[in-house]
Design a protein around this ligand. Sequence first.
Ligand SMILES: [Zn+2]
Length: 148
Amino acid sequence: MPNAGTCPKCSKGNVALAEFCAGCGFPLGNSQATVGRVPHPNPLPVPDGFRKVAAAADLFFGVHSAWGGKRLLATENLGITLLNVGYGLQEMAVKIEGFDGAGGRLFEIERRLALLQRGQRVEIEVPSYEIPDPPDAVDVRLVRAEYA
Ligand SMILES: [Zn+2]
């Protein structure tokens, strides 16, 4: 974090390990439980086809094949587009899970992202050799993050 005590909402300087901003009450994320979980007061618009990232306030994802064709074909890489419409985040980890038609989990993959600023999109490629079977459904969950 550039400055642990600076409030991302109102920019007030706080003591380094304050849990809440003295100016506006915003959780400062010195507990990892809150970073990425606090909704931005003015989230950016979310494009059609994007779904909410679990355990995150303002992160969304879209699923596509890496070749731009029909999604989730057996022999193709899996492509995930992550979009941040809220507070800028860094040092992130997300968990990507694939499920079969009966809801059984086919795979679980963790990916790290150095930076995802407000309004930024990042492409995550999961090669087909990491996916034992083509999933019918994909979920993405925020594991941890810091404010950028
Ligand atoms: Zn504040």
